[in-house]
Design a protein around this ligand. Structure first.
Ligand code: PBG
Length: 332
């Protein structure tokens, strides 16, 4: 349960220095193959899928605004049953990490580690043979080959870190994923690289726009077999405990706004830095209402982020991060 001293270096760069300081904001980006590509995500106004060349420019601008960290999501050209593009050294995220680390030194690059954008069926793990024929409700064990999934997630995390990632964030909600990643990173000499676990990730309708952005909606079934029931708090707390036991350096609650009670309970109950993910659907609602002139976005976004911070989040992953940083600069 002890914090690895060798990993505090990277954590310190990210975490707010005092209890009163605003939460650290992390800006998410979606990276696609190609050059000069900028595909707007219709359900997330202001967010685009970017090719590596344009992504590097955006990240440089984010750094200028004072952003401490970004998190990357890959949108690969190739999807298959084994999610091979996820752990390819020349994969889209791996290329993006290398380019950012070279062109924008000093910004922390975090990578999302999941298979859903890389599998042909859109599930977060490697499925068992014949699983696509399952009907009705099915269990995780019937759907997912856990052993293969953990091996692929670990290989993915290692390839991101070999490319230069400063931190990895496993989001597949597969039992044992943090442990498997910690093990492979340590074995390869990356003891100093922290893991941010998407520990309490609920099966939420608030992820809808993200699945457009990442092209990761499941083709059959849904994610309730591995994500948490939105109605239950105890399971969420148990997942946080399990992630910490497996070696997570930062734990996360996701989504944020409908789960502020969980954020507070994790903050009070566990001795780990806490991140909250202000997800795509939460962003889309604000943007849609602002577009109609029904709300004042510049006032509402700080209010939302303050609420998440008050609930207990030290770190907030939010698509509003760059706007927020810009507005704060304008004010001073
Ligand atoms: C990948 C992943 C998802 C999000 C982050 N990582 C989607 C999902 O679980 O369906 C959602 C982020 C958002 O909605 O902004 N598993």
């Amino acid at each position: 349960m002890r914090q690895q001293p060798s990993r505090t270096h990277i954590l310190k760069k990210l975490l707010p220095r005092t209890a009163k300081a605003p939460a650290a904001l992390i800006m998410p980006y979606f990276v696609v193959e190609g050059k000069g590509v900028k595909n707007p995500v219709v359900s997330m106004p202001g967010v685009c899928q970017l090719s590596v060349d344009l992504l590097v420019k955006e990240v440089a601008a984010a750094k200028k605004l004072g952003m401490a960290a970004v998190i990357l999501f890959g949108v690969p050209a190739l999807k298959d049953l084994a999610a091979t593009a996820a752990y390819d050294a020349e994969g889209i995220v791996q290329q993006a990490v290398r380019a950012i680390k070279k062109a924008v030194p000093g910004i922390l690059v975090i990578t999302d580690v999941c298979l859903c954008a890389y599998t042909s069926h859109g599930h977060c793990g490697i499925i068992r043979e014949g699983a696509h024929r399952l009907k009705g409700a099915f269990s995780l064990a019937e759907l997912i080959d856990l052993e293969k999934t953990l091996a692929s997630l670990a290989a993915t995390a290692l390839s991101h870190v070999e490319a230069g990632a400063d931190m990895v964030a496993p989001s597949a909600m597969m039992r044992g994923q943090v442990k498997a990643i910690r093990k492979i990173l340590d074995k390869n000499g990356f003891l100093h690289i922290p893991i941010m676990g998407y520990s309490a990730k609920f099966a939420s309708s608030f992820y809808g726009p993200f699945r457009d952005a990442a092209g990761s909606a499941p083709k059959f079934g849904d994610r309730r077999a591995y994500q948490l029931d939105p109605a239950s708090a105890p399971r969420a707390l148990a997942q946080v405990r399990a992630d910490i036991r497996e070696g997570a350096d930062i734990v996360m609650v996701k989504p944020a706004l409908a789960y502020l009670d969980i954020i507070r309970r994790v903050k009070d109950g566990f001795d780990r830095p806490l991140a909250a993910y202000n997800v795509s659907g939460e962003y889309a609602m604000v943007k849609a209402a602002a577009h109609h002139g029904w709300i004042d976005e510049k006032k509402m976004v700080p209010e939302i982020l303050n609420g998440i911070r008050r609930a207990g989040a030290d770190i907030i992953i939010t698509y509003h991060a760059c706007d927020m940083a810009r507005w704060m600069k304008e004010r001073t």
